[in-house]
Design a protein around this ligand. Structure first.
Ligand SMILES: *Cc1c(COP(=O)(O)O)cnc(C)c1O
Length: 428
């Protein structure tokens, strides 16, 4: 084993250190395995209950009328998430599109949208119109209010109550922290927030941005009162196999609204050919619990590996997990760059290229990204990125297999070590 690791560029010292860190993680990994087992059975049972057949794996072309595979897949999602209905389509191009669709189809001019958990994910700023943008909700006369979390991360219940008015039609709750410093919300906390809101105004639609959260716990936000949960198929629920797509699962009426907006009034879910990708969507969803578990183990392994060497990690080495994202603060550009070079060098695709910081549109500093993925841009595959500005933190996620996540993190650790940013005595 050591010989093969060494051929792949990992020194004996780093291997020994990694193994010593891993030894202490067995009980946490056991807990994750239990969640995975539960979620695997949940998905399997849904597939059996919905009578997924070989014919479902084929697809349709053209209008896509009577696409049994597409319709059954939507039933499977609804079963797993315990919702009345679901919309799962390759015509939903990404997570942002799924979220925009859920919002635009369920809000009407004069309505107000409320985020009670602070600023939403960057790309949603343009959807909502926080940053001016063509086609935003603001352009259609839909207003927006936001209540930030309290300093200590708690919900600001007083101000949430004050923010809810006659106009408040929909509340958006982001589960994952995204690129913010707040903590990711557990499903239980999301449930508390939804109860509080529904107590004030029962007919408010509660939507949860579930990106990066699927299958991390045994329950999902739809189990604690969310009317809609929304996510991307090139993250957790695609299991690394879905080549495109997004989903919305929730109340029948919400899903119908979304379907009529996605295609056309009068057509709704009846059209939309699945082309040839259904097998990958089914198989990806089937594998999603164990792929998510690999990513989660990788995140915890990395937190422990780097925290012991003095780097700040969020979540920290012992915290409970509610999404698959790990942040590591290096405090120097060299650390961020070395880490990303290591992740890239560990990839199955494009391992021979070196990532470089560049001026990405929409960002105020250079950003470096590492990804060598089978599906372009897929972030359930091992990937990392970091803005080149203080505090010089890198965000990473994914790993289709635990063994690859482990290797990628060791490779990144080795790269940081080789730059002299970790001292040898930290490895004892
Ligand atoms: C990734 C992500 C999105 C957007 O998904 P894309 O597929 O990148 O458009 C939205 N919200 C959160 C929390 C995300 O992590």
């Amino acid at each position: 084993m050591k010989e093969l690791y060494s051929e792949l560029g990992i020194s004996d010292k780093v291997i020994d250190y990694a193994e010593s860190v891993l030894k202490k993680l067995s009980s946490r990994f056991n807990e994750i395995d239990k969640v995975t087992e539960y979620n695997q059975l949940k998905v399997l049972k849904a597939m059996q209950d919905c009578r997924v057949s070989e014919a479902c794996l084929l697809g349709t072309t053209g209008y896509g009328y009577n696409d049994i595979g597409r319709d059954t897949l939507e039933e499977v999602f609804a079963h797993v998430f315990h919702t009345e209905a679901a919309l799962v389509r390759p015509q939903i191009t990404c997570g942002t599109h799924a979220l925009a669709l859920a919002l635009m189809s369920n809000l009407r001019p004069g309505d107000e949208l409320l985020s009670p958990v602070g600023k939403p994910y960057d790309t949603l700023e343009e959807v909502i119109g926080i940053r001016e943008s063509k086609g935003s909700l603001a352009e259609y006369g839909i207003s927006y209010k936001q209540v930030d979390l309290l300093e200590n991360g708690d919900f600001d219940f007083d101000n949430i109550k004050k923010a809810i008015s006659e106009k408040t039609k929909l509340v958006t709750i982001q589960r994952s922290k995204g690129y913010q410093t707040r903590k990711t919300l557990s499903v239980e906390r999301i449930g508390e927030l939804i109860s509080f809101i529904k107590n004030i105004k029962p007919d408010i639609i509660c939507m949860v941005d579930n990106c990066y959260g699927e299958f991390v716990e045994t329950i999902e936000p739809s189990d604690v009162g969310a009317d809609m949960i929304v996510g991307s198929l090139i993250k957790n629920p695609g299991g690394g196999l879905a080549p495109i797509g997004g989903y919305i699962a929730g109340k029948k009426e919400c899903i119908e609204n979304a379907a009529y907006r996605l295609t056309s009034p009068g057509l709704g879910k009846e059209v939309g050919a699945s082309l040839g990708i259904l097998k990958d969507l089914y198989q990806g969803f089937f594998l999603a619990p164990s792929v998510t578990s690999s990513a989660l183990k990788g995140a915890i392994f990395a937190a422990n590996l780097f925290e012991k060497c003095g780097f700040k990690v969020v979540p920290d080495s012992t915290e409970s997990r509610h999404d698959i994202i790990q942040a590591i603060t290096f405090g120097s550009p060299e650390g961020v760059i070395a880490f990303c070079e290591g992740i890239q060098a560990a990839a199955p695709i494009d391992s021979f290229v070196a990532p470089e910081p560049w001026d990405m549109p929409g960002y105020d500093a250079k950003v470096i990204m590492a990804a060598g993925a089978f599906v372009s841009g897929s972030s359930i595959e091992l990937s990392a990125d970091g803005p080149i500005k203080p505090p010089y933190a890198v965000y990473f996620q994914g790993g289709l297999t635990w063994e690859h996540a482990k290797f990628g993190i060791m490779k990144a650790f080795q790269a940081v070590f080789d730059k002299g940013l970790i001292s040898e005595k930290d490895l004892c």
